[in-house]
Design a protein around this ligand. Structure first.
Ligand code: ADP
Ligand code: ADP
Length: 229
């Protein structure tokens, strides 16, 4: 099964009795091993699409499949299990825990994914090493540069060996050196076989992807077709 398959996905936000339609019937498929960039104007529904794909927000209608497993219609706890098994999520502003070390941030995520204490520590060390942060392992996130913090957040997102890595503007809060660092890292993870779907406003980041998907007004743009002869 593909890593992610969205079909006819609809989502309306309604925090205070004023409904805002965010997704109007989105179809999107991400194959295993693909690196897909999602672009589109602010407010077109990109973040909502990622949150629905991650099972962080329920879809109102349609189908959301992660590695073939349907999320729509599952209870919250069953959905959380599918999410823990298949999804890693990277946020624009890192969302790291400042009260613990870099290594502990990653180990905690591995524990949450169901690893035992020793396996979680080993997994955390392996990821911290893979992402070039071994010399920062004992430092708190505050001691790291922006690019290093986002690398740490990516290490954490990989703790459960996710089928799909989702990232919402992962370079949006970084200077150009930090953004470059993260761009190279996504390229390397992709080479290692990691499936990635990211939202970006940066043409440079999007250029690193296999495929660019454009969104507009709650819909993924239909592919352009040749006119019939
Ligand atoms: P993008 O990521 O492309 O900027 P979003 O998915 O954040 O788009 O937003 C799509 C639409 O849904 C926008 O009109 C936005 O204001 C609205 N929206 C997003 N999240 C919420 C929310 N939690 N409550 C209400 N409206 C929301
Ligand atoms: P982005 O363009 O990166 O999506 P936004 O500022 O649109 O950034 O959204 C940041 C967060 O706020 C998202 O999680 C989104 O769901 C939420 N959000 C966006 N619009 C609204 C809104 N009108 N009301 C409540 N939450 C919103």
């Amino acid at each position: 099964a593909p890593a992610l398959e969205l079909a006819g996905v609809r989502k309306t936000h309604d925090p205070d009795g004023t409904p805002v339609v965010a997704l109007r019937g989105v179809d999107l498929r991400v194959e295993r091993g693909e690196f897909v960039a999602l672009m589109g104007p602010s407010g077109c529904g990109k973040s909502t699409l990622l949150q629905v794909a991650a099972g962080l927000e329920p879809a109102d209608d349609g189908s959301v499949r992660l590695a073939g497993e349907e999320l729509v219609g599952l209870s919250e706890s069953a959905g959380a299990r599918v999410r823990r098994r298949h999804v890693g999520f990277v946020f624009q502003f890192f969302n790291l825990l400042e009260g613990m070390s870099a290594l502990e941030n990653v180990a905690l995520a591995a524990l949450a994914a169901g690893a035992g204490r020793r396996a979680a520590d080993a997994r955390a060390r392996e990821l911290i090493d893979l992402l070039g942060l071994l010399d920062k392992a004992r430092r708190p996130p505050a001691a790291l540069s922006g690019g290093q913090r986002q690398r740490l957040a990516i290490a954490r997102a990989l703790a459960n060996r996710p089928t799909l890595l989702l990232a919402d503007e992962p370079t949006g809060a970084l200077d150009s050196a930090g953004a470059q660092e993260i761009l190279e890292l996504f390229g390397r993870l992709h080479e290692l076989g990691q499936t990635i779907l990211l939202v970006t406003h940066s043409a440079e980041v999007a250029a690193g992807a296999d495929r660019l998907v454009l969104m507009r007004d709650g819909l993924v743009d239909a592919p352009v077709r040749e006119a019939a002869p």
